[in-house]
Write a protein that binds this ligand. Sequence first.
Ligand SMILES: [Zn+2]
Length: 259
Amino acid sequence: VIIDSHAHLNFPEFRDDLETVLANATTVGVDGMINIGTDIKTSRESVLLAESYPQIFATVGIHPHDAASFSEVEAELRKLAQHPRVIGIGEIGLDYFRNPSPADTQKAAFISQLKMALELGKPVVLHCRDAYDDLLAVVSKFYLPFCKTSPGIIHSFSGDITQANSFVQAGWLLGINNLITYPKNDFVRDAIKDIPLDKLVVETDCPFLPPQSLRGQRCEPAHTLFVIETIAELKNLSVDEVATATTANLQTLFNISWQ
Ligand SMILES: [Zn+2]
């Protein structure tokens, strides 16, 4: 069983053919997905998907892009977060790449959602772009010391070995996607070679980030297989070994199982 641990199947790109997309995934052994919320609307949609499909679980959260809206939607988000099919809070974090909202606004929304996750006892899925140092500082102060379970996933990990080690040593799992199939990302591939398999999970971030061989096309959960194949190659393991281990890591983190 392969699980796409980070999908956005509620996005308009999948409106016309979701059933086909899910069938494509099953065909290549991708039998489960976690659908990730990014704002209040997509969080609602994420819960609906998880209610409709047994193979889909949901997370809810406000992405740094929408940090400014957090206080208005906090009450509803908290309600959604308690839904039995919602297994974590995310994606939340910091994004200094395009500076979608001021760093202070991002940090405030991020910290509030980390506290919500602690209260509810659900792990977090973190988004981080050009902000690894600040992100580590925030979670070290406001989250990790109070976390009684595994902290969660660093989604779309694209750092180097030093950054990978800092997260792994703090208990995080690294979410690896098709960024590792892109030629320029040698430093990420080098990092993955050295990080133990029990610290990795796989994802697509679909409809974004298709594998190198399908650049320009829509990404879908079936493309998780390219990630697994690349990790297997880098680590000299079989596709089965990587699939089994990464799925087990997810099941342990969220305490759920896919049939
Ligand atoms: Zn995402």
